[in-house]
Design a protein around this ligand. Structure first.
Ligand SMILES: [Ca+2]
Ligand SMILES: [Ca+2]
Length: 220
């Protein structure tokens, strides 16, 4: 995760003021330390494994096939975290996946199709955010976004606007130009994510710190 030792001289802090992320002076802020995600899924009998760009969920004691889910071989799972992004009171996996680009189905038939054709890299791979969770009977894809217009890296969760719900934080890169970009915060709005704010820049990573004024995002 993005917990590299940050150089204090190059840091900016960003706090939500009710309308936008506002830059703050960063002084004497303790470096954020990212703890490993809790690997129990609220029900201690379920475990997950994230290795070699593949995510697998199963009963820790392998007792139930119903409790198994595995990312398809055609997916390259890049990042994973476990939180309640879709605001239904239950945590799910948010995963960042690269897979072969697919146009919107309807665009195959429209004269002006191909509206998201730029949402892929030069190898025909596109970046997607997907939520995987327990629906009461099995683990499944709860929500899958179409190809992102700009691929994300460094995904994390945090309550940026202080409404007790978690937002998605990320660095927004360019296809074929991964490495730095804008800081973005997305929030769930019922059927998908909507942009809460974007701070334009060439940020490589960031950390999040709880302060008395709210969640401060520290970029470098
Ligand atoms: Ca949820
Ligand atoms: Ca929030």
């Amino acid at each position: 995760m993005a917990s590299a030792l940050l150089s204090v001289q190059s840091l900016s802090g960003w706090l939500w003021n009710g309308v936008a992320l506002i830059e703050q002076p960063v002084k004497n802020v303790a470096h954020a330390v990212f703890l490993p995600e809790d690997k129990s899924l609220g029900k201690v009998q379920d475990c997950f494994k994230f290795v070699e760009n593949s995510l697998a969920v199963r009963r820790c004691d392998k007792s139930s096939e119903m409790h198994q889910w595995r990312s398809p071989d055609s997916w390259r799972v890049q990042e994973v975290f476990y939180s309640d992004l879709n605001r239904d009171g239950t945590r799910e996996f948010a995963i960042l996946v690269w897979r072969s680009f697919q146009p919107w189905p309807i665009d195959k038939y429209l004269p002006l199709g191909g509206r998201i054709n730029s949402h892929q890299d030069s190898h025909g791979m596109s970046c997607h955010l997907i939520l995987i969770g327990w629906d009461g009977q099995e683990y499944r894809e709860l929500w899958a976004g179409s190809a992102l217009a700009a691929p994300l890296t460094e995904i994390q969760f945090g309550d940026v606007d202080g409404d007790q719900y978690m937002e998605l934080l990320a660095i927004e890169n360019e296809y074929d130009g991964l490495g730095s970009g804008n800081l973005v915060v997305w929030k769930w709005q019922g059927f998908g994510f909507t942009l809460l704010d974007r701070v334009e820049g060439k940020f490589r990573n960031y950390s999040i710190n709880q302060t008395k004024n709210g969640l401060m995002i520290i970029t470098n």
